[in-house]
Design a binder for this molecule. Structure first.
Ligand code: ADP
Ligand code: MG
Ligand code: MG
Length: 889
């Protein structure tokens, strides 16, 4: 029904069926909208004419009045309604069917001249704006109708529309029509059917207005859906003090609280409540009192000036309350409703499932479950995984955000709210943070050396890089707000300034980032800490009940591991060892290892690193006691670790007791044209076996110490970037030999697995060979995507926006797993691998592990787990449960 009648039309029909009072009407389907764009306006009108006239005649019978009649006129509204709710994006026209004679007839019929003229002037304005193209095109343009209205109000010395009298309203109609004539050269149409067809076509046209197009783009609504048009008999909230109009919600859309609430206005019509022309009043008494408290209005003043509907129209309030309950029970979800009271009679004009915040989403689903309105599976399906993000990160104060000036836009790389002073360098960030200053780190792009700064910053803003750039991945891992690839930023590190448009911001200036929308704001914005409420953990338990595939986390530190464990991760799917090397003494030893000229030199340096690594692993095993921890051997190109600045090189020369020239030469010789395809991954361990030996000793050594202390460490050792089975076998041999030596020395054995990452297409293609040796597969979908597409993930920002715009790519493949390409490699590798090793454990550890549609794909191809950043664990758990429920259905 919704597909054809649009949400509004379908729900109007349904309300009518279940006995909710709705003014009679009919709906022209969304198919006609598509037809309209294919064959054009005139043809469509011809096609519809007969049916529409018959439908209008039906309304006439029900309403006992006649469309266009001057003694007993029927007035209608013409309303838009798409399949998915697009509030306020398209146009609606009220009071259609007026002309100079009809208005007199209506006065004779109702005896209410003010109401009749008020309705007429509203109609001329709306029709002029929507159908005759009088609406201002840009912000500088004034609406000619508003201009006239303002003039008449100021002449009269009143502020509000409802203070105008009959003569003023008459004057408005006359002057409005003159303006129409002046602007369009045509008389305002007086024939009711001419008005109707004009309005119907205008609604179809509004499907393609800029606002609607933009909204569809944001929400992913296809243009082919089209809008329906509902034509409905008018009921009037502007007939005097026993009439009113309003909007209401069956529950609180911000918090989810089960509290009926809404706003209303006496003697008003249509959108007056939301338009902010008059201050609307609260519907319930408790809502009214809460509102007055916030607005600092005394109880006496409130009761007199702004009474609730519950107080002012108690019997209608009772009816409204009963019906809102009925609608919520019928639709089994929170309802957002629109109503009008005409001379003491209540009419519903719209109902829909209300939009809500992430927190409200979870609370409402759980409350409805407890009330027995929905079952457990429905409760899980009601929650949108990505919206859980809002519950997990600090958020901006809503009202503060509204008035904040937006200055730039980038990719919403990691959600949350950050506000602080601009710094450009990691050491400054650390220094300022130590002085309790809040900082936002602004970089062209980040590198591992910036880690310490990122860790203490409120948020990170980069000019370059995509959703899987270093900054983005690390920020998400830290649960830290980040906007990446904000192309409008011109950063000058020397001057310590960033130019955005014409404005220059200096180090120390305040900016704010909304990591959820990618918008950068000038100045400070107030934030609130997010709460993980009891409802969320309850939802998560439900998810566990309905899940086959489990969720692990990508974590490099004990802190991250604990955060993720609290969110329900059951192990570590990827522990990257390289981040551990970036702290003070470790980096010196690391550099010594890389810069050494022979095996002896490397071994000496590695011996210094061993205790550090062991201590790091111990911390992580402890945090994940009893759960598997999958540790990846050293992966990135070595040159990432060496100093590139003169001072750094001189320091290293001193530390190693060699000449600066030597260091300089070594650094030079390490540089590569294409480091991502260069000397990295298992190629390191295969050329420098002593690195693998040291890391194996560190991992298993840490496990042994813990086992001796009565703990239960469960290490998995993972070889990265395999393409050929021999790359793996060679490493496996070193690992197992080293393990055997160590176990003998220590007199303790540890159970462990050796597996590999599948991230080179060749590995996926030869998975059946590789699985003869590897005990598990972990799909590194960041690299696998990079190598399957041939897109460098660090450079994709330069062409991705154009590719998306031209629809060459539907989405960023580094964010949403490409199921047709990369996904096929995964599916094939799993099947091939399990043919030779039926119990082969398979997981995914790329950024995709926390993206709902990718998680669902992983479930479908039979992965045992997904692994994602700590703050995405709940999202992955919910997605995994939904995948299972969808499979069962
Ligand atoms: P939107 O999609 O922007 O919400 P609507 O079609 O719901 O637009 O119309 C806006 C408002 O106009 C409604 O909330 C209602 O108050 C008023 N309205 C629409 N149709 C009628 C009608 N037949 N009688 C009285 N008021 C109406
Ligand atoms: Mg509406
Ligand atoms: Mg990789």
């Amino acid at each position: 029904m919704k597909n054809l009648l649009g949400g509004k039309g379908a729900n109007l029909a349904e309300m009518n069926l279940i006995g909710v009072p709705v003014p009679p009407g009919f709906t022209i389907t969304t198919e006609v909208c598509n037809e309209f764009y294919m064959i054009g306006q005139e043809e469509v009108v011809l096609l519809l004419k007969k049916e529409v006239e018959a439908a209008v005649a039906h309304i006439e019978t029900l309403m006992n009045s006649k469309f266009g009649d001057i003694e007993n006129p029927l007035l209608v509204s013409v309303r838009s309604g798409a399949r998915a709710s697009m509030p306020g994006m398209m146009d609606t026209i009220l009071n259609l069917g007026f002309n100079d004679e009809v208005v007199e007839g209506l006065i004779r019929k109702t005896g209410n001249a003010r109401f009749a003229w008020d309705s007429y002037r509203r109609f001329v304005q709306m029709y002029g704006d929507v159908v005759l193209g009088m609406k201002p095109i840009n912000k500088e343009d004034v609406d000619p109708f508003e201009e006239i209205l303002e003039k008449i109000k100021s002449e009269k010395g009143v502020e509000l529309d409802n203070q105008l009298e009959v003569d003023d309203l008459k004057k408005l109609v006359t002057q409005f029509k003159v303006a129409v004539k002046e602007r369009t050269g045509k008389e305002f149409p007086t024939n009711a059917y001419e008005q109707l067809w004009g309005a119907v076509c205008a609604v179809f046209n509004s499907w393609m207005n800029d606002r609607a197009i933009l909204y569809r783009k944001m929400e992913g609504i296809p243009a082919e859906w089209g809008t329906a048009v509902s034509v409905q008999a008018m009921v009037f909230g502007n007939m005097g003090n026993t009439s009113a109009t309003g909007v209401c919600f069956s529950r609180d859309a911000a918090t989810g609280e089960n509290l009926f609430n809404g706003e209303w206005l006496i003697n008003a019509q249509g959108e007056d409540v939301v338009a902010g022309i008059r201050t609307p009043q609260q519907i319930t008494k408790i809502g009214s009192q809460r509102w007055a408290e916030l607005a600092q209005i005394s109880e006496t003043e409130r009761a007199v000036k702004y009474p609730s509907m519950e107080e002012a129209m108690p019997s209608i309030y009772q009816e409204l309350n009963t019906l809102q309950n009925k609608l919520e029970n019928h639709y089994r979800d929170m309802q957002d409703m629109e109503f009008t009271v005409q001379e003491g009679k209540l009419w519903f004009l719209q109902t829909r499932n209300g939009k809500r915040t992430g927190a409200a989403m979870v609370k409402i689903a759980m409350d409805l479950l407890h009330q027995g309105v929905i079952d457990e599976k429905t409760a899980i399906m009601r929650c949108e995984p990505n919206k859980l993000d809002e519950l997990l990160h600090p958020v901006f104060d809503k009202s503060a955000l509204k008035s904040a000036p937006a200055i730039a836009r980038g990719l919403p790389a990691s959600p949350g709210a950050a506000t602080g002073q601009i710094v450009f360098f990691a050491d400054d960030a650390a220094e300022w943070a130590a002085l309790n200053r809040k900082v936002v780190m602004v970089r062209i792009e980040t590198s591992p050396e910036d880690l310490a700064g990122m860790a203490v910053a409120q948020g990170i803003l980069t000019a370059r890089g995509g959703m899987t750039s270093h900054a983005a991945v690390v920020a998400r891992g830290m649960g830290k707000c980040c906007i990446s690839g904000a192309g409008a930023l011109v950063i000058d590190y020397k001057k310590r300034t960033v130019k955005i448009g014409d404005e220059i911001f200096k180090e120390g200036d305040y900016i704010s980032l909304n990591g959820t929308t990618g918008i950068v704001y000038k100045g400070e914005i107030k934030t609130q800490a997010a709460e993980v409420s009891g409802n969320l953990s309850e939802l998560m338990e439900l998810c566990t009940k309905y899940t086959r595939m489990v969720v692990r986390t990508n974590a490099d530190t004990p802190h991250d591991a604990i955060v993720a464990r609290n969110f329900g991760a059951v192990g570590i799917g990827l522990c990257r060892t390289e981040h551990m090397f970036f702290e003070a003494e470790k980096i010196v030893a690391m550099r010594e290892m890389i810069l050494a000229c022979n095996v002896e030199g490397r071994k000496k340096a590695l011996a210094k690193l061993l205790p550090y690594q062991k201590a790091d692993f111990k911390g992580i095993f402890e945090a994940m006691d009893g759960c598997p921890v999958n540790i990846r051997l050293l992966d990135p190109p070595l040159h990432e670790f060496v100093p590139h600045d003169l001072k750094g090189q001189e320091d290293m020369a001193k530390a190693m007791n060699v000449t600066p020239e030597y260091i300089h030469q070594r650094v030079d010789s390490l540089s590569e044209n294409n480091p991502m395809l260069g000397h990295r991954g298992c190629r390191l361990g295969n050329t420098y076996p002593e690195i693998t030996e040291m890391q194996t000793r560190a991992i298993l050594g840490a496990a042994i110490e813990l086992k001796k202390a009565g703990k239960d460490p469960r290490p998995e050792i993972m070889v990265p970037l395999i393409g050929i089975i021999f790359e793996f076998k060679n490493q496996e041999e070193i690992i197992r030999r080293t393990a055997a030596e160590l176990f003998k020395e220590e007199g303790v054995e540890i159970e462990f697995k050796v597996g590999t990452m599948i991230e080179v297409p060749r590995a996926a293609l030869t998975a059946d060979r590789i699985a003869t040796s590897a005990e598990y597969f972990s799909f590194g979908t960041n690299d696998l995507t990079q190598m399957t597409f041939g897109y460098s993930r660090d450079d994709i920002a330069s062409f991705l926006p154009i590719y998306l715009e031209k629809k060459i790519l539907p989405v960023d493949p580094f964010q949403v797993l490409d199921q047709n390409g990369v996904g096929q490699l995964i599916q094939m590798a799993v099947e091939k691998g399990r043919k030779v090793r039926p119990d082969l454990k398979c997981g995914i550890c790329g950024e995709h592990g926390g993206e709902p549609s990718s998680v669902k794909f992983c479930h479908k191809v039979g992965l045992n787990y997904v692994s994602c950043s700590p703050y995405r664990v709940p999202i992955a758990r919910l997605s995994a449960a939904q995948a299972m429920i969808e499979e069962d259905n």
